[in-house]
Design a protein around this ligand. Structure first.
Ligand code: KIV
Ligand code: ZN
Length: 504
C-alpha cells in the first residue's frame, strides 16, 4: 500500500480564515493535538508576517516531537531567513517556499515574466536548501498555470534541491479529472520527479477540495495538504478528517494508507472548534453531530439488525465516545482524573484543581454527569491558563418595566473587584460592568452566539463572543448550564485575550 503523508495547514492556511485566529497558547495546544493525531507535517505559520507569527512557529517547532514543522516563505531571502529562524529548532524542520506561476498572477500580482519566475525559483530554492535539508516548493495557482511552464518550474525546483513539489488549486477552480490529469502530466514531465514527493493543496470554492485531493492520490500524489474541519481561506481547504477517513474506509480502492490515529480525529475537531468558537455544522461529514445519527425507522431497523447495512464507519473509529453517564455528585477528584485520562485528557495538578471546582458546581446542578459534560469542561479549562480576570459572582435583575441591571464580581491577581451597570438587557448590562471593571474602552461586540453542547433540560450552553478591539478580532468562549453565566465567562475570556495580546 502507498503511504500518503498528511500535511496539516490548520495553523497557517486555516488560521488565515476569518474568525479562526488563535493566540500562542491555543496554537501550541492545537499543535500538540495534531502531533498526537499523527500528521506528518504541521505547517505552523508564515514566520515573516509578524513577530507574533515568528514566535508561534518557533514555539511549535520546539514543542512537537514526532512530525516535521514547516514555515511558509515567499521566494525572497528575507522570508526564507525568517522561516529558517523559526523552524531551525524543530526535530524535523522544513521550509515551504512558494511563488505564483499562473499567467494572471505573474502579470498582475508579481509583475514578473516567466523567465524571472524560473530564475527566482532556482535562486531561492537553492538558498533555502543551503539552510535546511527538507524544502517544499509550491507553485501558487498551479492548477491554472500553463502545464509546460509549470513542469519547468518544478524541474528547476528539484534541480535546486526541493524534496516536495506541491501543486495548489489555489482558487478551488479545478475538477477531479483535471487534477488527476495534471498530476499524471507532471509525473511524466518534471525532471527528477521520481526522487521527490508530489503534494496537492486544494481549496473548496466549488466544494471539490476533498474529491480533487483524492483524485490526485489516485494519480500518484504522495502528500495531501489539508486542515481540521476544512477551515481555510474563503470556502476553506480540503478537510483532513474527510480525506483520512475516505482513505481509511476505502483503503483497498485507493491502495493507500496514512499514519493518522483516526481515534484522535473527533478530539482534534472539537478542540479546534472550541478554540476558534467556530461551530461544526451538524451535517458535516465525519465529525458533525448528525454524521452517525440514523433518524429514519427503516435505517434504525437495519442498523439494529446489522450495523453494516447503513454504517460504513463506526463512531468509535474516529474517537466519538458513547455518551454514557460516568460520574455524579459524589465522585471525587481521582475518579474525575481517571475518567478524563480515559478520554485522552491529561492535566497538571493545578489544572485539575480548576476543573474539579467547575465539576463540583456542575454536579450540584446536574444529577448525572455524562461524557459530553466532561468533554465541555476539559475543552474549556484553558481559560485559567490565560490568567487575567476570572468570574467569581454575578447577579442580574431583569424584567418588564424595570431597568436591566447586572452586578459582576471578578478576581484579578487575588483581588476581588465589583461593578454594577444598567443595560438594554442582561448581557448588555453585564458586559458594561465587565468593561468598567477591566478598564476596557472601545471594545465592540461583533457577534454573539449560544449553543447547547450537551443534551437535555440541564444542558451545558456554550457562549461565543467575537470582540473587536483596535481592528483585531478576539474570540471568547464560556460554558455553563446558566446561559447568562456562560455569556459572562465568554466575554471575560475575550477581554483576557485582548489584555494578553497587549502584553505581548
Ligand atoms: O492556496 C495556496 O496556493 C497556498 C500556497 C501558499 C500553498 O496556500
Ligand atoms: Zn492555500
Amino acid at each position: 500500500m502507498k503511504r500518503i503523508k498528511i500535511f496539516d495547514t490548520t495553523l497557517r492556511d486555516g488560521e488565515q480564515s476569518p474568525g479562526c485566529s488563535m493566540n500562542l497558547s491555543e496554537k501550541l495546544e492545537m499543535a500538540r493535538q495534531l502531533d498526537a493525531l499523527g500528521v506528518d507535517v504541521i505547517e505552523a505559520g508564515f514566520a515573516i508576517v509578524s513577530p507574533e507569527d515568528f514566535k508561534s512557529v518557533e514555539a511549535i517547532s520546539q514543542t512537537v516531537h514526532n512530525c516535521s514543522v514547516a514555515s511558509l516563505a515567499r521566494c525572497t531571502k528575507g522570508d526564507i531567513d525568517a522561516a529558517w529562524g523559526a523552524v531551525k529548532g524543530a526535530k524535523k524542520p522544513r521550509i515551504h517556499v512558494f511563488i505564483a506561476t499562473s499567467d494572471i498572477h505573474m502579470e498582475y500580482k508579481l509583475k514578473m515574466s516567466r523567465e524571472e519566475v524560473l530564475e527566482s525559483i532556482t535562486k531561492n530554492v537553492a538558498y533555502a536548501k543551503s539552510l535546511c535539508d527538507d524544502i517544499e516548493f509550491s507553485a501558487e495557482d498551479g492548477s491554472r498555470s500553463d502545464w509546460e511552464f509549470l513542469a519547468k518550474c518544478y524541474s528547476n525546483a528539484v534541480a535546486a534541491g526541493a524534496t516536495v513539489l506541491n501543486v495548489p488549486d489555489t482558487v478551488g477552480y479545478s475538477t477531479p479529472d483535471e487534477m488527476y490529469s495534471l498530476i499524471r502530466y507532471l509525473k511524466e514531465n518534471v525532471e527528477g520527479v521520481e526522487n521527490v514527493d508530489i503534494s496537492v493543496h486544494c481549496h473548496d470554492d466549488l466544494g471539490l477540495a476533498v474529491a480533487n485531493s483524492l483524485a490526485c492520490i489516485r494519480a500518484g500524489a504522495t502528500q495531501v495538504e489539508c486542515t481540521v474541519n476544512g477551515i481555510g481561506e474563503r470556502a476553506g481547504n480540503a478537510s483532513l478528517e474527510e480525506i483520512v477517513m475516505a482513505l481509511h474506509t476505502r483503503a483497498a480502492y485507493y491502495d493507500a494508507e496514512t499514519g493518522i490515529n483516526t481515534k484522535q480525529i473527533y478530539k482534534s475537531s472539537k478542540l479546534l472548534s472550541s478554540i476558534t468558537g467556530v461551530p461544526i455544522a451538524p451535517s458535516k461529514s465525519i465529525v458533525g453531530a448528525n454524521a452517525f445519527a440514523h433518524e429514519s425507522g427503516i435505517h434504525q431497523h437495519g442498523v439494529l439488525a446489522n450495523a453494516l447495512t447503513y454504517e460504513i464507519m463506526r463512531p468509535s473509529d474516529v474517537g466519538i465516545p458513547q455518551n454514557t453517564m460516568v460520574l455524579g455528585k459524589h465522585s471525587g477528584k481521582h475518579a474525575l482524573r481517571d475518567q478524563l485520562e480515559a478520554m485522552g485528557y491529561n492535566f497538571t495538578d493545578e489544572q485539575m484543581e480548576e476543573i474539579f471546582a467547575r465539576f463540583k458546581i456542575l454536579a450540584d446542578k446536574k444529577k448525572n454527569i455524562m461524557i459530553s459534560d466532561l468533554e465541555a469542561l476539559a475543552l474549556n479549562r484553558r481559560h485559567k491558563d490565560l490568567g487575567g480576570w476570572q468570574l467569581t459572582k454575578h447577579v442580574v435583575n431583569v424584567g418588564t418595566g424595570i431597568p436591566n441591571t447586572a452586578y459582576v464580581q471578578l478576581v484579578h491577581e487575588g483581588e476581588d473587584a465589583e461593578e454594577v451597570a444598567i443595560g438594554t438587557g442582561p448581557l448588555d448590562a453585564s458586559f458594561k460592568a465587565i468593561n468598567r471593571l477591566t478598564r476596557m474602552k472601545n471594545v465592540n461586540l461583533d457577534s454573539f452566539s449560544l449553543n447547547a453542547v450537551t443534551d437535555g433540560e440541564d444542558a451545558i450552553g456554550e457562549a461565543v463572543v467575537k470582540l473587536n478591539y483596535d481592528g483585531e478580532q478576539y474570540t471568547g468562549t464560556g460554558i455553563s448550564t446558566d446561559v447568562i453565566e456562560a455569556s459572562i465567562r465568554a466575554y471575560v475570556n475575550g477581554i483576557n485575550k485582548i489584555k494578553a495580546h497587549q502584553k505581548g
